[in-house]
Design a protein around this ligand. Structure first.
Ligand code: KG4
Ligand code: ZN
Length: 347
C-alpha cells in the first residue's frame, strides 16, 4: 500500500470532526462545534456536548467523504479518538466509528487524541525526523514528549504538576469577565498590552524546584499571582489594566514553555521541536517559540491555526502513521479511556 487513505473521527470535547488524509495530504476536513452552546455556562457541559456529537456524527462523516469524492469503500482504515477526553463524548464517536468499521469491513484504530495533535504537523512539514522532541499544549495537557517513532514509541520527558497552560488562561479569563473559552480573548488583549507591566512568576524555573524539575511545568502559582493582583486592584478601587494583565500573563507562560522546550531539545539533541494542541494557537507562544528556536538553531514546527484546535485531520494523520508502520488495528471491542496516558499511542 503506497499512500494509505484514512478517515479520522474526533469527538473528545466540543468538536465533532471528520477528515480524510491520504499519505501526508489532507483531502477533506469537516468540523462542527458545540462551543456556542456552552458559552453561557462558562465551560463545556458534557451532556450537551455528547448530544451535539450524536447529532453531528453522521452529517460530519458524510460530508468528509462527499468532499473527498469518496465512499467508505475507498478508505483503507478508520481512526477515531479513544481518549483522553469526556467519556460520554468519546463514547459517541467511538461507537459510531465502530459501527461504520463493522458495516464496511474496515480496520479501525482507537488513537490517542493528544498524540494526534503532534502527528498533524506532518501535513504541513512532512514526516518527523527520528528522535524528535514535541511540546503538547492543549486545554488539559502541557507536556514535553520524546518522539522516538510516532507510531510506536513516545516517552514523557516533562509534564505539568498542576494546571495546564490552557486551563490557567481560561481561569484568569473568567476573572476578567471573558466568555468561555477565554484563551483567545487573553491572546487578543495581550497584543495591545505591556508584557512587563505586572510581575508574574515563572513557575519551576528557578532555585531548587527549577533544578529538580528541569522539564516539568507549574501554572497554578501563575494563576494565583495574577488573581491576587487583580483582587488587590479591585479592593483598592483601581481600574484593571486588562491589556497589561493579559500581556504579562501571556509573556510569562510563553517564556517558560519556550525555555523548557529548548532546554529539552538540547538535552535530547533534537534539532526539531514539534508543537501541538489548542493552546499552540496562542500568538504570544508562537512568536516566543520561533524566536527561541531561531536563537538555539531548532526548527520549530507549529501547525496553522485551523490544525491547532481539535479536528479530524490529526486523527486521520496518526491513523496513516499506524497503517504505514504496520501496527495491528484495535480489537473490535476496544474501550474508550478518558484518561488515556500519553505514552499510549493507540488501543
Ligand atoms: O486542544 P484543545 O482544542 O482542547 C483540548 O484537547 O484540550 O485546546 C483548547 C484550549 C483552551 O484552553 C483554549 O482556551 C485554548 O486552547 N486556546 C487558546 C487560544 N486558542 C485556543 N489559548 C490561548 N490563546 C489562543 N489563541
Ligand atoms: Zn485537543
Amino acid at each position: 500500500m503506497s499512500e494509505p487513505i484514512v478517515l479520522g473521527i474526533e469527538s473528545t470535547c466540543d468538536e465533532t470532526a471528520a477528515a480524510i488524509v491520504q499519505g501526508r495530504t489532507l483531502i477533506s476536513n469537516v468540523v462542527a462545534s458545540s462551543m456556542n452552546e456552552h458559552a453561557r455556562y462558562g465551560g463545556v457541559i458534557p451532556e450537551i456536548a455528547s448530544r451535539a456529537h450524536a447529532e453531528a456524527f453522521v452529517p460530519c462523516v458524510s460530508k468528509a467523504l462527499a468532499d473527498a469524492n469518496m465512499t467508505i469503500a475507498d478508505v483503507d482504515a478508520i481512526a477515531v479518538s479513544a481518549g483522553p477526553g469526556l467519556a460520554g463524548c468519546l463514547a459517541v464517536g467511538v461507537s459510531g466509528a465502530k459501527a461504520l468499521a463493522w458495516a464496511a469491513n474496515k480496520p479501525i484504530y482507537g488513537i490517542n487524541h493528544v498524540i494526534g495533535h503532534i502527528a498533524v504537523t506532518q501535513l504541513q512539514f512532512g514526516p518527523f525526523p527520528p528522535d524528535t522532541l514535541a511540546l503538547i499544549v492543549s486545554g488539559g495537557h502541557t507536556s514535553l514528549l520524546h518522539v522516538e517513532d510516532v507510531a510506536r514509541r513516545i516517552d514523557v520527558v516533562g509534564t505539568t504538576l498542576d494546571d495546564a497552560a490552557g486551563e490557567c488562561f481560561d481561569k484568569v479569563a473568567r476573572l476578567l469577565g471573558f466568555p468561555y473559552p477565554g484563551g483567545p480573548h487573553i491572546d487578543r488583549h495581550a497584543q495591545n498590552g505591556d508584557p512587563k507591566a505586572i510581575r508574574v512568576p515563572q513557575g519551576l524555573t528557578q532555585g531548587k524546584a527549577g533544578a529538580a524539575h528541569p522539564y516539568d511545568f507549574s501554572f497554578s502559582g501563575v494563576k494565583t499571582a495574577v488573581a491576587r493582583w487583580i483582587e488587590e486592584q479591585q479592593a483598592a478601587g483601581r481600574e484593571i489594566p486588562v491589556d497589561d494583565v493579559c500581556a504579562s500573563l501571556a509573556d510569562s507562560v510563553a517564556t517558560v514553555l519556550a525555555k523548557k522546550a529548548m532546554r529539552g531539545c538540547e538535552q535530547y539533541d533534537s534539532k526539531t521541536l514539534i508543537v501541538g494542541g489548542g493552546f499552540s494557537a496562542n500568538s504570544q507562544l508562537r512568536a516566543k517559540l520561533l524566536e527561541y528556536g531561531e536563537r538555539c538553531g531548532v526548527d520549530v514546527r507549529i501547525p496553522q491555526i485551523k490544525l491547532c484546535t481539535d479536528n479530524g485531520a490529526m486523527v486521520a494523520m496518526l491513523g496513516v502513521n499506524l497503517v504505514e508502520a504496520g501496527v495491528a488495528p484495535s480489537a473490535p471491542d476496544f474501550p474508550i479511556d478518558s484518561a488515556m496516558p500519553m505514552d499510549q499511542i493507540s488501543m
